[in-house]
Design a protein around this ligand. Structure first.
Ligand code: GLA
Length: 382
């Protein structure tokens, strides 16, 4: 990928690039839809991601070439605005954040591409944002602190892409560590690395190949529903700023005054935070089976209470329940499509892929994809 991207740069822009940078996608072991509720998550960066190469061009505008879309796009640095649905939106969003923070971004040429599937729930957008922010910072010598990079990337997603995402994806992309997951407290961003040693088991992602177009608006709606629960709870409790501050008993008190579905969102988040704590304890003790059980419980909650699953994801998780060599399975990421994450016995992976592919094809008339990933380091020069 590195050679490919450098060659493309020379071909398109007729000059040598400055350097090549990489920012990874992420998986999330457990802790879904908890990040924007100031809760806990347990993501890890993966070996797949986005590669960027860049050089200054001495012009008042920047030119960006996407290998995957085989398209060049120019952006004027004094009038950045989102272009809905276009890949350049993420890049413009990051540049705009850097400018607002006072960093003097000058004209640059950039080529990017990756080996991370887009729309599979592996956070390709966070990987682009972080790779772009990091490469611009390196090119112009900004020495952007990691936490600023994470925040600007998240802000780009909010203000340009229009998704009110939490901090998990950008944090995992920048802070990832080889063979580790990160237990992150999204309230104060304190974190611990946990080695993920699965012994005879491995992680396997199954991609539904489904992407629901309403996912972004549904995501933002969930965020508002959580805020609604908090607002209601604040009438009885002092010092409540997020669902993180609530216990299930607090929800009992507001039950009569709140819509059932909205209450369910709150219940799910409170339970999920507890599951992340339990999973981190289980990981410390090497109790992988316990982690797997918690993953199934997470899926149940995401499907029934948080209502962000879909029939394809539910089907894939259900299929694993009768397979004793799969010890944990759940939908991963924002939902409404994308991947399931599974903990499966290594030597059975081949058999698993065969039977799942055929069952999925029978049911939905299309084939799922399988990704065997490993956990890797975060954003870096390569
Ligand atoms: C998306 C968002 C994250 C997080 C997950 C759900 O990936 O970008 O911030 O909320 O969904 O856990």
């Amino acid at each position: 990928m590195k050679t490919q991207i450098i060659e493309k740069f020379i071909e398109v822009f007729q000059q040598e690039p400055h350097s090549v940078y990489f920012s990874p996608g992420r998986i999330n072991l457990i802790g879904e839809h908890t990040d924007y509720n100031e809760g806990f998550v347990m993501p890890g960066a993966i070996n797949l991601g986005i590669y960027v190469t860049i050089a200054a061009n001495g012009l008042p505008f920047s030119r960006i070439y996407s290998i995957d879309f085989d398209e060049e796009f120019s952006i004027s640095l004094n009038s950045l605005a989102p272009k809905k649905g276009h890949w350049a939106t993420y890049i413009m969003g990051v540049v705009s954040q850097l400018q607002q923070a006072g960093y003097p971004v000058k004209g640059f040429d950039m080529v990017f591409g990756g080996d991370l599937p887009v729309g599979a729930g592996l956070s390709s957008s966070a990987a682009i944002e972080c790779a772009v922010g990091f490469s611009i910072s390196s090119l112009f010598g900004f020495n952007l602190p990691k936490h600023s990079l994470i925040h600007y990337a998240q802000k780009a997603e909010h203000l340009f892409a229009g998704v009110q995402c939490g901090i998990m994806d950008q944090f995992a992309s920048v802070m990832g560590k080889k063979d580790h997951v990160i237990k992150l407290d999204c309230r104060d961003l304190s974190f611990d690395y946990f080695p993920l040693d699965l012994g005879v088991f491995q992680l396997l992602l199954v991609d539904t190949q489904v992407q629901h177009s309403l996912a972004d608006s549904a995501y933002n709606r969930r965020r508002n529903e959580c805020a609604e629960v908090v607002l209601m709870a604040q009438q009885n409790q002092v010092g409540v700023t997020s669902l993180r501050d609530l216990k299930l008993k607090h929800l009992d008190e507001i039950k009569p005054f709140i819509d059932r579905a909205v209450l369910d969102r709150g219940t799910y988040v409170i339970e999920e935070n507890e599951r992340v704590i339990k999973a981190s304890e289980a990981l410390k003790e090497g109790e992988i089976f316990k982690v797997g059980e918690l993953m199934y419980a997470t899926h149940e909650g995401l499907s029934r209470k948080y209502d962000v699953s879909c029939q394809e994801l539910d089907f894939l998780v259900d299929q694993t329940k009768s397979l004793d060599y799969v010890i944990g399975s759940r939908m991963m990421g924002g939902g409404f499509g994308g991947c399931t994450i599974n903990i499966i016995q290594k030597e059975k992976a081949g058999h698993f892929k065969e039977i799942i592919a055929s069952a999925y094809l029978d049911k939905f008339g299309k084939s799922p994809k399988f990704y065997t990933i490993s956990l890797g380091d975060g954003t870096r020069e390569i």
